[in-house]
Design a protein around this ligand. Structure first.
Ligand code: IVH
Length: 666
């Protein structure tokens, strides 16, 4: 074995081990930089020695070419589905059937969580992961091997003499907080939102481009093992074998002696359900002994040795007393269902958003309807269905409003949007909404200045907009004199207002309430432009060019700063002393060759990861863009650069190599 080969093996070992520690054990032993360096070295050696590339190399987790379509895979052993039970009596019946079928034999159960994701099957041949497939209809699924390989908690090779030719099954899922983050990113890019973590995971596994798949945080819990060479006896033991083979196995799985143990498990899990970082919809109960599983067999598509205990749907039926209209800070009119209050998973619900009028039409939701409401993703209640048979005879569809319910201005509906807007910037609801947005915790964080105090201040003419908040200290005595406000609470508010001047520049960008600008985008903008001055002068193309920022955001920023009213507002804030620039410590260390220059990266870089190169460009005051245009200053071209390089040549943009780039960094 040559030196290169030895080193390659050593590097792979180190990287896969680091993946395992990071993804499966959540205790990383390398930092990002060390990890990147090992990966770079491995990529370089493999490039120099293409014959040494093997499918279990960590470099093979992401392949370059998008798949055209997925091949069909026939499962060697069908992937069954579980019959469901919804109450404990069903479980007692199940237990009775098991007892009868097994005669006098004693048996034990394994209880597991029922993960709300999608089932997949992994085939290992001679220790090597050769196939990853979706469940499909249980008999045939899609070959999604390339997508599965991007999940770093899944071993590409297993090290065992006993378990070499195996099939492992499990559930692929996305954690609740990752789901929220992915949707925020989708929103920022103006792309379609996912409805829940399960759909996000399913949609991701079916993407054709596995680079995108790799960027999504997919997880897996494995719960099934089949060994071609036999020798497996108990499901619970299988779970520990899976764990030893370095597959992720959920820590809540438990062996219990009898159906009472099952009940206890179900109750315990239901109590902690909301606090789990991933979604579950019940518990799965399985007979532990494999021999007994075989004796019990299956009926249709469901095994008789297992059952799912589904938690009660977090759903209730109630009545819509009326539909009211809410006017948001940007003028959006949101219809809200005012409900007959009902108790649903831990809280009383009396309102549910109906989102927009397209949604009302689609579900044909009307006042006085009986409806099903559900708590989606354990957070916001939504109306899922109208119970048509209970609809009052004289019911009529809810009309789309023509005038703003607060200020009476004629409403507008932009052609490409689903929302209806009140165009009156001075609509009292919008004024109040903008101020509430400005003071909220994630923006200027002015504690104590809640909605009701804001409306009193507005009514009494103390403030007209959010910038006026900073003049309140001059009106301290009058403020105190307004009925209900004590000296102490007023002083606390005034202090919180003063303290808010220390909030960083990105918080200020978020607080001023530009349409479509969330916290993440505000951060990107702050870092990119460095000052309000520059941001306010940026052109649409310049903003649109920022990675992760789309044209609708670019337009709304330009529109905001064009508006005289915004100029007055930001002028007042600047005078009040808010941060209109990045803090010194966050500022880029300008290098002349980078400052203000636009870079486009293309092809495969060898000495830097793409992220690292972009980070350096930004650090020294340049910025990187996704597409080549006349405004591009440099195209940094790595190996196998394609169309961007051609375009750069055509436009006469300066093309630099990695070593040129390194020179510039010096
Ligand atoms: S065992 C016959 N275990 O539920 C055994 N399935 O309805 C079936 N699921 O397709 C698989 N958590 O997507 C099993 N701990 C668990 C599970 C689980 C979720 C899903 C899986 C399967 C469906 C069966």
């Amino acid at each position: 074995m040559g030196n290169a080969e030895k080193r390659i093996i050593e590097l792979r070992e180190k990287i896969l081990d680091a993946d395992y520690k990071y993804y499966n054990l959540a205790s990383p032993d390398l930092d990002d930089y060390e990890y990147d360096m090992l990966m770079k070295e491995l990529e370089k050696l493999e490039k120099e020695n293409p014959s040494l590339v093997t499918p279990d190399s960590p470099t093979q987790r992401v392949s370059g070419k998008p798949a055209k379509k997925f091949e069909v895979v026939t499962h060697k052993v069908p992937m069954l589905s579980l019959s469901n039970s919804y109450n404990f009596d069903d479980l007692l019946d199940f237990d009775k059937r098991v007892r009868t079928a097994l005669g006098e034999r004693s048996y034990e159960y394994v209880c597991e969580l029922k993960f709300d994701g999608l089932a997949i099957s992994l085939t290992y041949e001679d220790g090597l992961l050769t196939k990853g497939a979706t469940r499909g209809d249980g008999t045939k699924g899609d070959d999604v091997t390339n997508n599965i390989k991007t999940i770093k908690s899944i071993p590409l090779r297993i090290k065992s003499n006993k378990y070499k030719n195996i099939e492992v099954r499990g559930e692929v899922f996305i954690k609740k907080d990752d789901f929220i983050r992915i949707n925020e990113e989708q929103e920022t890019r103006g792309e379609k939102l996912f409805s829940n973590p399960r759909n996000t995971a399913a949609g991701t596994l079916k993407l054709k481009d596995n680079r995108t798949v790799a960027s999504r945080p997919l997880n897996i819990f494995t719960y099934f093992l089949r060994n071609e060479d036999g020798g497996l006896k108990s499901h619970f033991e299988n779970l520990s074998i899976l764990k030893e083979l370095r597959f992720p196995v959920n820590e809540h799985s438990k062996k219990v002696k009898n159906i009472d143990g099952v009940k206890k498990f179900c109750d315990e899990i239901e109590a902690i359900r909301d606090g789990l970082p991933y979604e579950i919809d019940g518990v799965v109960v399985k007979i532990d002994s494999q021999e007994q599983q075989e004796m019990l067999g299956s009926v249709g598509k469901s095994p008789k040795w297992a059952i799912a205990y589904k938690f009660k749907a977090k759903e209730k039926v109630t009545k819509i007393n009326s539909i009211t209209l809410q006017v948001g800070r940007t003028g959006t009119i949101t219809p809200v269902a005012e409900l007959e209050p009902v108790f649903l998973s831990g809280s009383t619900i009396s309102r549910a958003t109906l989102h927009n009028f397209d949604e009302i039409k689609r579900k044909d939701i009307r006042e006085r309807d009986s409806v099903k409401i559900e708590k989606g993703g354990d957070v916001i209640p939504k109306v899922t269905e109208v119970i048509l048979k209970d609809r009052p005879k004289d019911s009529v569809p809810f009309p789309e409003p023509k005038k703003c319910p607060v200020c009476g201005t004629k409403l507008e509906k932009p052609e490409e949007e689903v929302y209806i807007y009140c165009p009156n910037y001075f609509c009292p609801a919008q004024i109040q909404g903008r101020i509430e947005h400005f003071v909220q915790r994630d923006a200027m964080d002015i504690e104590g200045l809640g909605g009701s105090i804001i409306s009193v201040l507005l009514e009494n003419g103390f403030i007209k907009d959010y910038a006026d908040i900073y003049t309140l200290k001059e009106k301290r005595d009058a403020f105190i004199n307004i009925e209900r406000f004590g000296v102490k609470s007023v002083d606390n508010i005034l202090k919180a207002i003063e303290d808010s001047k220390e909030k960083t520049f990105d918080k200020v960008i978020f607080a001023i309430g530009i349409k479509h600008i969330g916290e993440r985008t505000a951060k990107l903008l702050a870092k990119h432009f460095g000052s309000m001055e520059k941001l306010s002068k940026a052109s649409e193309t310049e903003i649109d060019d920022i990675y992760e920022i789309g044209p609708s955001i670019a337009k709304s920023i330009v529109d905001f700063f064009k508006d005289e009213k915004s100029k007055v507002l930001t002028g007042k804030l600047k005078k009040a002393g808010l941060k209109f620039e990045l803090d010194e410590s966050d500022k880029p260390e300008l290098k002349e060759s980078f400052a203000g220059k636009v870079f486009v990266l293309t092809g495969t870089l060898e000495k830097f990861t793409r992220n690292k190169a972009e980070e350096l460009i930004e650090k020294y005051g340049g910025r990187s863009s996704g597409s080549v245009s006349k405004k591009t200053d440099y195209v940094l071209a790595g190996a196998e650069a394609g169309s961007k390089l051609d375009k750069a040549k055509k436009l006469g943009v300066k093309i630099i190599s990695e070593s040129d780039f390194e020179e510039m960094l010096k």
